[in-house]
Design a protein around this ligand. Sequence first.
Ligand code: F6P
Length: 349
Amino acid sequence: MSIKRVGILTGGGDCPGLNPVIRGAVRKGIEVYNYEMVGLFHGWAGLLNMDSSPLNLRSVSGILHRGGTILGTSRTNPAKIENGYEIAKENFKKMKLDALIAIGGEDTLGVANKLCKMGLHIVGVPKTIDNDLCATDFTFGFDTSVNIIMEAIDRLHTTAESHDRVLVVEVMGRHAGWLAVYGGMAGGADVILIPEEPFDLGEVCDLLKKRHKRGKNFSIVVAAEGAQPKEGAEGGEFFTQDKSLDAFGHVKLGGVGDTLAKAIEKKTGFETRSVVLGHIQRGGSPTAFDRVLGTRFGVGSIDLVHKGDFGKMVALQGNKIVAVRLEEAVAKLKTVDKELYELAKVFFG
Ligand code: F6P
C-alpha cells in the first residue's frame, strides 16, 4: 500500500523524552519518506474528536530538550465512550490517515492493539517513567525520573543528617518498583520498599535501629507508591489518595510515605518526616539517555510504518532497537527482577 499521511499521538502520563520521539518520527517521515505528518492532540481524544494539526519541520524545531509533549496527552479510553472504537476507526478514514504512531504506556498501547485488530495500521512506541512495559529493556522517561529521584535523595541526605532524622521518600511507579529500586540505589537509600515484595514494618524499623547502633543517626527510606505492608491496619491494601478510578480503572495511589513515617516514628522514637516527590518525577528536560532513546524510537517507528510492519512496537533490547508484537508488550506488567532487589538489600540498614 502507498503511504502518504501518518498521524502521531501521545497518550497516558506524560514524561520527558516524548518530544524527541515526535521530532525523530516527523523529521525522517518528511525528509526521507516524503510523508505528510499529522499531530493528533491529547492522546486518543485527538482521534475521537478529529482534533489535529499538520506537523512540519518547524513544528519539531527546538523541542529535543523540552519536557512534556507538544501534542498534549490524556487518559482518554475509547472503551469508556459509546461506540468509541467504531468512532475511532471511522475518524481514521475521515482524517485520511494511512498509518498512525501511538506513543504511550500499557493503556495507550492496549487501545492501539485493539484498533490494529480492527484493521487500522498502527505502530506503537513504549513510553512511561515506570519502566513497567514488557519486551523493552527500558522506556524513555525512566532515566530522567531516576535522576530526579537521585538528586532529591542527595538533597534529603543533608537535612536528614543535620537533624538526626529518618526521611521517607514516596516515589511513583504505580504497581512496579523500578523507579524506587533504581532511584533508591542511585541515591544510597538505606531501605527501599517496592510493590513486588510487601514489607514488614518491624523489619524496616530493625534496619533503622541497626544503623543507629553504628552511629548513623539518620536514614533515607524510599517507598514506591504501590508498596504495601504485609499486615497491619491496611491489611495489605494499596495506599490510595481516594477511591476514584481513572478511565483505565487505575486508582490514584499515594499515602504510603506519610503513613510509614508516622509508624516508624511511633515504633522507633526516631524523629521522622515524609516527602512525596509526585509529578516532579515527570517534569523538566529529558536526560541525554532519554533524548537519544526517544530519537531512536521515533525514527524506528516511522521506519516500521514505511515497511508496513503494523501491530508492532519499537523496543530496546540490549542496545538494539527491535520490533515486537504489541500483543506481547501489553500482555503483562514488567516487575522488578528478584535478583536486582536482593542486590539492593545488601545496602539496607
Ligand atoms: O504511569 C506514570 C505515572 O506517573 C505513575 O507512576 C503514577 O501512578 C501515575 O502516572 C499518575 O497518574 P496521573 O498523572 O494521571 O495522576
